[in-house]
Design a protein around this ligand. Structure first.
Ligand code: URP
Ligand code: ZN
Ligand code: ZN
Length: 454
């Protein structure tokens, strides 16, 4: 298909936002010019009064993830469909081997599931123990198109590695040019504080926030930074939520640690006021780390503006309120940790652009371009240069207001933390690999056709 998108304000890159036309041929950006001739194309799309942006890249999602007692509600089909509605055209999903499963079997199993993806997709492999089969296979991951693993210093007894194993695994990953993504919190100390809370009768979900102090996030960020230095390994710190971790990140970098970092909308747009009630509704905000006080929120925005953190991912990890979150009615520790956000991530950021909290260029950099560079997808993704994949979104500059709600969003979950919020950045049209998936806010593609990005 040959398509020309005319009259839009086009973010060719975060630094180059220009009034140009874009020609798309065979799934690729073919040409950018001031005046493309519609006669050269089969289809002309009017993007007047619209932004045309590189499709969002969400580097942190948990689709169809078995988190012990329950599985996330969105699978790769429903989750990527919701992603597309929210302007995300590539997702990177965490996949975890079953006990004893080989990494090759895991990756093959997930590439099969990928057939159902509406967006492009790639994977990070969760390594939850120093298991000899997985260690033997680790060097083979790049040949399977996997370039990153995820390790945890939280969730003892489930996913947490000891410092010794963390060191061994990060060192081995680095030797094979694999990036270690790290969930950094001090899990054992958090468990003590949480246990004391429950023993004192403080069992409501609000205590999820109080029992995961940011000092234990900063401590782990710094510790992981030092272990990474010794392992001669780069590391990517996921979902940073606090000033403590921004400071720790800076100090570890000063000492020589090669650390990249992301934060998420729930740390930029929500704060610890969500934990002020004894009501069980607060379980909606049981994700890890928790949302933090205003000063932390400010420090994250500041870290983004200064380039200390440069990626905003969703950490979409949806568990229904009814049924799943309710597992923790009598003990907040049993509430599955995680919240939804794959569809609201980019619209929240673009709404903030309208409010003057950030520039359009910053929004594009933090939600797309920087992730494409970090995860080896640039310049195919994250930019609209000639030769790049035609993954793009068209957003009206003065869009109709959209009210976020579990009913209006497409994520397969019975709540959103942003219920009732007015969003201004919901894309009108979404093109993935040169094919329109969404037009006029409606799904128009008849089947999923996302591609593996390996
Ligand atoms: O609460 C969260 N973030 N759940 C997903 C798992 C993780 O820690 O990333
Ligand atoms: Zn995590
Ligand atoms: Zn996560």
């Amino acid at each position: 298909m040959r398509c020309v998108i005319k009259g839009g304000l086009v973010a060719v890159s975060p630094e180059h936002i220009l009034e140009v036309d874009i020609g798309v041929v065979n799934g690729v950006i073919y040409r950018i010019s001031r005046n493309e001739d519609p006669q050269d194309y089969d289809q002309t799309i009017d993007a007047g009064h619209c932004w045309v942006l590189p499709g969002g890249i969400d580097a942190h999602v948990h689709l169809d993830w078995d988190f012990g007692d329950t599985v996330t509600t969105d699978d790769i089909n429903t989750g990527t469909r919701a992603a597309a509605f929210g302007g995300t055209t590539t997702i990177l999903n965490f996949i975890q081997p079953k006990p004893g499963e080989s990494l090759r079997t895991l990756v093959d199993r997930w590439k099969d599931k990928g057939e159902m993806a509406w967006t492009n997709y790639g994977f990070h492999v969760i390594i939850s123990q120093l298991y000899s089969l997985w260690m033997d296979e680790l060097p083979l991951l790049p040949s399977m198109g996997i370039h990153s693993i995820k390790v945890f210093t939280a969730y003892p007894g489930k996913l947490m590695l000891s410092d010794a194993d963390l060191f061994r695994i990060m060192r081995a990953a680095s030797k094979s040019s694999i990036l270690s993504m790290v969930h950094a919190e001090n899990g054992p100390v958090i468990d003590v504080i949480a246990e004391e809370s429950v023993l004192a009768g403080k069992i409501q979900p609000r205590y999820h926030g109080a029992t995961r102090p940011s000092i234990l996030e900063g401590e782990a960020v710094f510790r992981v930074g030092q272990i990474a230095r010794l392992a001669n390994a780069p590391a990517y710190m996921v979902h940073l939520s606090s000033l403590e971790s921004v400071k720790a990140l800076g100090y570890a970098r000063q000492l020589g640690a090669r650390l990249a970092a992301e934060t998420c909308p729930q740390y930029l747009f929500l704060n610890d006021e969500v934990y002020q009630s004894d009501h069980f509704d607060v379980a909606q905000y049981v994700y890890t780390p928790p949302s933090r006080p205003h000063d932390d929120v400010r420090s994250l925005w500041d870290a983004l503006r200064r380039g200390v953190i440069d990626i905003v991912s969703s950490d979409h990890c949806p568990f229904d309120f009814h049924g799943a979150k309710e597992l923790g009615k009598m003990d907040f520790r049993l509430i599955p940790n995680g919240g939804p956000g794959i569809e609201t991530r980019l619209p929240l950021m673009l709404t903030a652009v309208h409010k003057g909290q950030l520039t359009l260029g910053e929004a594009i950099a933090w939600t797309s371009t920087n992730a494409s560079k970090q995860f080896g997808l640039f310049p195919k993704k994250g930019t609209l240069l000639p030769g790049s994949d035609a993954d793009l979104v068209i957003v009206e500059q003065e869009p109709p207001l959209f009210t976020a709600s579990a009913r209006t969003l497409h994520q397969r979950i019975d709540y959103t933390p942003y219920e009732g919020w007015s969003l201004q950045g919901v894309p009108r049209d979404v093109m993935i690999g040169g094919q329109w998936v969404i037009q006029d806010h409606q799904l128009i593609a008849s089947n999923s056709h996302g591609k593996f990005v390996g």
